[in-house]
Structures are given as C-alpha cells and as structure tokens.
Design a protein around this ligand. Sequence first.
Ligand SMILES: Nc1ncnc2c1ncn2[C@@H]1O[C@H](COP(=O)(O)OP(=O)(O)OP(=O)(O)O)[C@@H](O)[C@H]1O
Length: 370
Amino acid sequence: MSGSVEHQLPPHLLPDREIHVVISILSGHKKAQEYYDDTLKPLLDSHNVQHSTHTTSSTQSIINLTRSLFVVNATQGVKQTIILLSGDGGIIDIVNTMTTVLNRRNDDTRPPSIFIKPVVVLIPMGTANALAWSCKVAQDPIGSMMKGMPRSLPTFQAQFSPGAKLVVNEGRDRETLTESDDEEGIMYGAVVFSWGLHASLVAMSDTAEYRKHGLERFKMAAGQLLSEGHKYRGKVKWRKAGGDWGELPGSEHSYVLATMVSNLEEHFQISPATKPVDGTLRLVSIGPEPADEIMRLLGLAYQSGKHVTDPKVTYEDIKSLRIEFDEDDERWRMVCVDGKIVAIAKGGWVEATKIPATGMDARRVIEVVC
Ligand SMILES: Nc1ncnc2c1ncn2[C@@H]1O[C@H](COP(=O)(O)OP(=O)(O)OP(=O)(O)O)[C@@H](O)[C@H]1O
C-alpha cells in the first residue's frame, strides 16, 4: 500500500495499533451490522485498515470482551482503537468493566505502570446516544473518526449502601453487585446518575416491547409515571469541590439527576453549560411539583436547555450527590447509572462522585475521539 493513503489516516487508525470493531447488533433500530457492512467496512478496506470484528451475542458480550481483551491489551502496553457501533450501553460496559477490573488488580487504585488507554471511536447506533450527541460526533461519525482527536473521557463513581442489586432481564431479576451482602457496591459511569422520574422511566421502558418505539419509549413511560404522581421520599444532599454538604429543601422530590454530558438525546439538552468531555458533573433537580408543571419544565429541555433558568429547577456544578432513601417500596428506590438500574436496600443510600482527572485518584480509563 502507498504511504500517501496512510497519510490521510488519523494516528488512531494507523497500523501500529490493534483496531477492533464492536458491532452491538441489538442496539437501537438494529442497524449496526448493516452500517458496518455498507459503510464502515468499505471505508476501512479502502484505506487498508486491518481490523478484527466482534459481534455481540448477549448483554454480556461487551463486558466479556473488555475483560478478556481490552483490559489485557491496555495493561500490556498494546495500543488499541475500538470502533464501537452501539448506543450508550456499549461505552458504559467498557468504562465500568475497565475501571472495576483495574481497581481490583491494584490496591492503591492507580492504573498499573504500563497502561495505554484504549481509544474509542463512537458510531452511534443506539436509541438515545447521549454521549455521541454530547461529544458532537453523532451528526457525522465518520468525519469525526477521520478528523477527531482522542480525549480522556471523564467518569463518575456511584457507591451504594450494602444490599444494592442490579435490576436485569426487563426488571424481573436481580443480580448482586458484591460478593457479600454487607459490602458496599460500586459502579462507574460517564453519562448520567439519577433517581426519581428519570430513573423510573428508564427502568420501566427497558423492555423489548418499549424498545420497539425508539425514543418515544421515554415519553410513553414518563406519561404513565406522571399520571401516578408519585413524590420520591428521601434526603438529597450535594457538595461542590472542597465544600460542605448542602441539602435540597424538603423530603419529597420529583426529578434528581447528575450528569457529565450536555444532551441525553439529540434534542433533549439536560445540561446546556456542559461542554464535550469537560469533566463537570451537574445536578438538575425538580421538587415535588404537579405533573403538568414537571412536563412544562422538562419540555423546556427540548428548547436548548431553557429549563435550567427556571426558578423551580436546581442547576449546580457539583462534585458529589448523596441520596438517603425513605421509601418502603423498592420501585421508588431505583437509581439509574448510565441506563443501568440499581435497586437500593430499604433505608439505604447512594453517593455519586466525580472522579478527578489527575492525582492519586485519577482513573480515566479510555479516550474518545471527538
Ligand atoms: N446480540 C445481543 N443479544 C442480546 N442483547 C444484546 C445483543 N446485542 C446487544 N445487546 C444488548 O442490547 C442493549 C443495547 O443497548 P445500547 O445502549 O447499545 O442501545 P440502546 O439502549 O438502544 O441505546 P441508548 O443506550 O443509546 O439509548 C444492551 O443491553 C446490549 O447488551
């Protein structure tokens, strides 16, 4: 092959790297395989980019691939680029698995001395694609792959009181997060942590039946939940870097969400002040308002994030968010970590904290091209 063709390639596609293409075949409208066959493969082939493909066969596929391949490569100094054809679920599986495995292997929580962050190219194939829209790559993923630069992906940690369980199989089953029931559980995310209406609607709509409706599924679930009018009971505390804990007023809440991205969907701008991978965590919350008022406020998020200037919305740049639950029914103790649902034990708590970019606690494990 001629050197001139290689010249047109960005560094993350050059032959000194292992290139892996991950095809999540059930994401979104199930177009990932077709996109690879019709668009991506011809382009990579035309530039003679050698790559391996990995097609998902279960909800565990990307988790297993991360454990058996991406983590091993990264800790052996192998440069790798992962072209990920999926929704937010795929990136979260990589981030959560890598951070968890690396922390377990290393008592002082720093990455091992040899650690080359995998570079991830996002090709949005999911329903919401929050990270891809927020990183501004969703509009032109191929253009971003060819012209973008790898940048460290900021993440947060969610810590749960003992007994927290992962909700799986369309809400029917529970998986333990820890080896024993008296341990605190930990998960890592890069997009959103929530309780209240957002977490409930994600939990309710993560079924094959709801998924058929694409983005509408979130609105359908929200409509049903708002008609129930539940107010979520608990203490919600937050603090800024170096600051003391403050508390949201009252013991009832409707919407409590902390996010590292600007958009949860293409047009749903939950945090207009957040810039791509800027490492901020922003709290967006609404108190115990009636359903029509919540609808009005969330409707403003579709108008370039205007909800954040409404006096009924709390919008703060924070370091940590802590919730202490006061709900008898498990249904109202469910939190969302990047689309995954965790049921907190009765009387339990959860704390979400931004992971710093540098220093002893720096644990950014991947780079995204944007
Ligand atoms: N072959 C497969 N068999 C079973 N489950 C799969 C398979 N491929 C993907 N999945 C699962 O389908 C889900 C797709 O999630 P993903 O986040 O990629 O898309 P989405 O939910 O449509 O989009 P978004 O998260 O952006 O809204 C994940 O839970 C993933 O593990």
